[in-house]
Design a protein around this ligand. Structure first.
Ligand code: ZN
Ligand code: ZN
Length: 412
């Protein structure tokens, strides 16, 4: 068995791992967001793609692989539908910014033609491998991939969350001989979700009571639905104006209810919110309201139409990880953002809420122990985190390793 790392090796982003058995698999093929978009180190020839979930750091460069080869792609149905949405959007963003996209609509169409959707737990064969997907508890359709070949089981976690979220059960534990695990938060534990949600809701209510706007930027896939469900549970959705891709992503999720534990929460939320477009912009800012919109890291999207026009007593709620080089991170570091090449000072106060959909330090170790592999490979974490997890796991008696970019490892 050979593993080669085309990305996500001592970094978060551009997950792309080649697994060579009798056939060659690509596990995810994403991009790395930041000041500049980074793609996997090269485009290898493969026999099949196994896609863990829709986020662009896992799916963002898949169509580029179809430029001069054909191969089937396996994932859950919502993963395909949500990644189609995000990939189409990234072509449009590139066009708008006059930057070159790594792929075109034709490549995306080919990817769509080669999609072979699978349900959780439904085993299929490819070459000498038996493959199945299991709930990763991260976002709608996210999967932990199990590959059994020649008496050995390889498990790739993708991004996962062990504890439950409002719309998702925690990740399933899958036994393995070789575990390829994410390590995004290998050095910290997340705050208790219920407590954090309480603070989040209280701050929103306080903002509305003071006559301000609660501006909540969120990622279209995952966090958008998560926030909608929190607001619904606290009877705040009738005060929500929804803009951007969160609407479409929520619609796709609701078409695949069997991939969520509490779909009715999202369904009710969507029936209570008001959808907005450009012409409503002024009216929204005239009354105390909640605006939920993309982009989650303030890099483009409708959020930029509102962020420097907010009335007094407004508040900005950052709800996810802010990658270095993005507007969200700049706001946190310096109080400025850049919009259309123009530097803008943002005077509205903000709070960062650590609503992570990833396993934390304790979860990563617990998952490894329960999966009980002989060998563990730590990916999808920056250098400090990937190496820290490998060190921690070695202390627990595992053979654990954090590979470097471009590295090839052979496992007997
Ligand atoms: Zn993800
Ligand atoms: Zn990821």
């Amino acid at each position: 068995m050979i593993l080669k790392f085309y990305g996500a090796a001592q970094e978060v982003g551009r997950s792309a791992i080649v697994l060579k058995l009798d056939k060659t698999f690509m596990l995810d093929y994403g991009i790395k967001l930041g000041t500049e978009i980074q793609i996997p180190v090269s485009e290898p020839k493969i026999d099949a793609l196994l896609l863990s979930h829709a986020h662009l750091d896992h799916s963002g460069d898949v169509p580029a692989l179809y430029k001069d080869q054909d191969f089937p792609a396996f994932a859950t149905n919502p993963t395909f539908k949500l990644s189609d949405l995000l990939l189409k959007d990234s072509i449009n963003i590139a066009k708008k910014n006059r930057t070159k996209s790594q792929f075109n609509k034709k490549n995306l169409s080919k990817f769509k033609m080669m999609q072979r959707p699978k349900r959780y737990h439904s085993e299929f064969e490819f070459g000498n491998s038996r493959i199945s997907f299991h709930d990763a508890g991260h976002v709608c359709g996210s999967a932990i991939t199990r590959i059994e070949n020649d008496g050995k089981t390889i498990v790739y976690t993708g991004d996962f969350k062990l504890s439950h979220q409002l719309l998702h059960n925690g990740a399933e534990i899958v036994k393995s001989n070789v575990l390829i695990t994410e390590s995004t938060y290998a050095r910290k534990n997340h705050p208790v979700r219920d407590e954090l949600t309480k603070q989040f809701i209280e701050k929103i209510k306080e903002t509305l009571d003071n006559g301000g706007t609660a501006l909540i930027p969120a990622f279209a896939v995952g966090r958008g639905q998560d926030i909608l469900s929190m607001l619904e549970k606290n009877n705040l959705t009738p005060r929500v104006f929804l803009a951007g891709m969160i609407k479409k992503a929520s619609g796709i999720a609701l078409n695949h209810k069997e991939f969520m534990s509490n779909p009715h929460l999202l369904e009710n939320a969507m029936s209570h919110v008001e959808f907005i477009d450009k012409k409503h912009q002024k009216r929204i800012l005239d009354e105390p309201a909640i605006i939920l919109t993309t982009a989650g890291m303030l890099n483009g999207g409708p959020v930029l139409k509102y962020i420097d026009k907010l009335p007094n007593n407004s508040h900005i709620f950052l709800t996810g990880y802010q990658v270095e080089g993005t507007n969200g991170r700049m706001l946190m570091d310096s109080g400025y953002i850049v919009d259309n090449g123009e530097k803008k000072k943002i005077n509205t106060p903000y709070t960062f809420f650590d609503f992570s959909a990833h396993a934390d330090k304790n979860d990563l170790i617990e998952y490894a122990k329960k999966s009980s592999p002989e060998t563990i490979v730590c990916v999808h974490g920056d250098k400090d985190n990937a190496v820290a997890l490998a060190d921690d796991l070695r202390e627990q008696g595992f053979d654990a390793y954090a590979p470097q970019l471009g590295e090839t490892i052979k496992i007997e």
